[in-house]
Design a protein around this ligand. Structure first.
Ligand code: ATR
Length: 275
């Protein structure tokens, strides 16, 4: 049996075991994937455990994505620029850190909306950890200009700086959203605003949104946020955050196994687990 797991704190509500175990079963791979509650201060020992027990792969989640970089033998370019690792590949004792969040997001966005990001202007609301991966992947995909608005302006400016060697970028104030929202092809909510239990909150005024825009939300609990519901009512094409979770796992599966991920079965496993 090939061993896999996810390290986080908290970890009890993680959907990764249900999703990846279904993927392995579907692909006919004899593997077991479990959730491990790794508390702050225990991460280094846990990574020693990965080597000792010869795990083939590990996903890393909150709060360990940054610290885990210290314990890798190699970190790929994307993860280095994003500043976080969410996937570890154990290559015969050599641990390679990657980040599949941003590329998973973009693959989901393209598959589910058919969007062509080349030359597109994008508005990102929020500049936290998730936004770093998303911004990097959008820039790599050829987005021509990325505007970033965030409650804390300095964090928007910091993110813009880190992306500026890949694409055009500007940090804007939340009071400037009105001028920008109508000019972009894609608006992404990278904040946690609208997440259960605060389901009535929206990250920005949806009256600013035009009909040809694609509106995307990283939040997937609820599956369709108020922000997406209102944007769709205004004629926008919408994209829910569940796809990012599915495809970050799909990329991890593909790195570990070298086989295409059974994405439909993975999505179904996650949806079934909500009920
Ligand atoms: P994650 O890893 O999920 O991205 P994070 O790094 O804590 O989490 O980032 C959370 C994002 O949501 C930030 O952009 C945060 O804005 P600040 O940088 O100003 O904190 C944003 N956010 C969270 N709660 C918010 C709220 N009530 N209103 C506006 N923005 C909020």
């Amino acid at each position: 049996t090939i061993l896999y797991g996810v390290f986080g704190d908290p970890i009890r509500h993680s959907k990764s075991p249900v999703m990846l175990n279904r993927a392995f079963a579907e692909a006919g791979i004899n593997a077991a994937y479990a959730a491990f509650h790794i508390q702050p201060g225990q991460l280094k020992d846990a990574i020693h455990g990965v080597r000792a027990l010869q795990f083939r792969g590990v996903n890393v989640t909150i709060p360990h994505k940054v610290e885990v970089m210290d314990y890798m033998d190699e970190i790929d370019e994307g993860a280095r620029i994003i500043g976080a690792v969410n996937t570890i590949i154990n290559d015969n004792g050599r641990l390679i850190g990657r980040n599949t969040d941003g590329i998973g997001y973009v693959r989901s966005l393209k598959e589910e909306t058919g969007i062509n990001l080349k030359g597109m202007k994008v508005l990102m609301v929020g500049a936290g950890g998730a936004a770093r991966g998303v911004g990097y992947a959008l820039a790599k995909e050829g987005a021509a200009h990325i505007y970033v608005a965030n409650r804390t302006r300095e964090k928007a400016d910091e993110l813009v700086k880190s992306m500026s060697s890949f694409t055009g970028t500007s940090g804007i104030g939340m009071d400037e959203l009105g001028e920008v929202a109508g000019q972009v092809g894609l608006i992404v909510n990278n904040t946690s605003v609208g997440m259960y239990p605060n389901v009535d909150a929206v990250p920005m005024d949806t009256a600013l949104i035009n009909s040809p825009t694609v509106v995307s939300d990283l939040v997937y609990n609820p599956l369709i946020t108020r922000f997406l519901r209102e944007s769709e009512a205004r004629g926008a094409k919408i994209h829910s955050g569940l796809g990012m979770f599915i495809y970050q796992g799909a990329y991890a599966f593909e790195y570990w196994t070298g086989k295409p991920a059974p994405v439909a079965a993975m999505r179904q496993a996650v949806l079934d687990s909500f009920n």
